[in-house]
Design a protein around this ligand. Structure first.
Ligand code: ADP
Ligand code: AMP
Length: 208
């Protein structure tokens, strides 16, 4: 059966960074709802127009809208190994995901919980920079971009929005820790370590 792995943790915990490595080394398909929405915003689609309003304020989009997007993606990727990054973010999304996967004859295999403090998240997000051409993620201090690349800062990586996103993580997303603990699927990793160490910890914990 194709594998489904969820990356759970606050914004800035390093989920995208690790998902890229697993995609490159093991052929996982990296599904980031944040990336899907940012692409829609930059193309100015109907979805993008709606998404922009929520994202600018650091708020979550309505569950049904996001669940619809994931349903489409999952149908297209029937027999692929996938990493879900940034989804689910609410208990309602998690329940919908369980149902969708069941219909497709698959299930959540493991949930990697990225453990990190709010202070560290703020340091990471305020220093995060993106190469708009490739989408590659850098950090001004921890992973500086090459000098010839012009990087940008995400609109929602500004201090007031970061704080709002963290609040929303704690109130709406962290209940998923209990949800997956009850299903015996939760694997916690120390996300404060350097990227290669976090990576080694993840691959030692999941059967690939
Ligand atoms: P997420 O996908 O969870 O929002 P990212 O992967 O975009 O997080 O990482 C957030 C920021 O922290 C980026 O600037 C990234 O370069 C940096 N980063 C990621 N992992 C680490 C790490 N283990 N140590 C230090 N900085 C990291
Ligand atoms: P991310 O790139 O994962 O940090 O997501 C950026 C923003 O996209 C979030 O702050 C939300 O506004 C929106 N978003 C991404 N994923 C979801 C989701 N699963 N549910 C609701 N909103 C989402």
């Amino acid at each position: 059966m194709a594998k489904t792995i969820i990356f759970l943790g606050p914004p800035g915990a390093g989920k995208g960074t690790q998902a890229e490595k697993l995609q490159k080394n093991f052929g996982f398909v990296h599904i980031s709802t944040g990336d899907i929405l940012r692409e829609a915003v930059s193309k100015g689609t109907e979805l993008g127009k709606i998404a922009k309003r929520y994202m600018e304020e650091g708020k979550l989009l309505p569950d049904d809208l996001i669940i619809g997007i994931i349903e489409e993606k999952l149908k297209q990727l029937k027999d692929k190994n996938i990493i879900l990054d940034g989804f689910p973010r609410t208990v309602k999304q998690a329940q919908a995901l369980d149902e969708l996967l069941k219909k497709l004859g698959r299930k959540v295999d493991a949930v990697i919980l990225f453990q990190i403090s709010d202070e560290e998240v703020i340091r990471r997000l305020s220093g995060r920079r993106i190469d708009p051409k490739t989408g590659k993620v850098y950090h001004i201090e921890f992973n500086p971009p090459p000098k010839n690349i012009e990087v940008i800062q995400r609109d929602d990586d500004k201090e007031e929005v970061i704080k709002k996103r963290l609040q929303i993580y704690h109130s709406q997303t962290s209940p998923l820790i209990e949800y997956y603990k009850k299903q015996n699927k939760l694997i916690a990793v120390d996300a404060t370590k350097p990227p290669q160490e976090v990576y080694n910890e993840i691959i030692s914990m999941i059967q690939l």
